[in-house]
Design a protein around this ligand. Sequence first.
Ligand SMILES: [Zn+2]
Length: 102
Amino acid sequence: MAGAETVAAAALTGKRGRVMTVVDKTMRAWSVTAPGPVEAGGLRLVDRPVPAPGEDELLVRVRACGVCRADLHVTEGELPVHRPGGVPGHVVAGDGAGCAAS
Ligand SMILES: [Zn+2]
């Protein structure tokens, strides 16, 4: 049975072993624009540029994302944000969408 690393590597290569390219220039993300109660509207759906993966990084097209209690603490301002406009959610499932050109 193939491991997750094998599946991710297979998703990155085409029939001739070429690295797939990302077509989309932007992505949607839920951003913490103003930490506080969720009902106050500080979590906004925004468009962001698709990041370019660095060396030894994999770009993943997220298909599903879990949100844990720590994410809610950050969203609601109970924990400090690491950077303004942060995007909560760090448990994702998706498809390999690209890697740095070599
Ligand atoms: Zn977590």
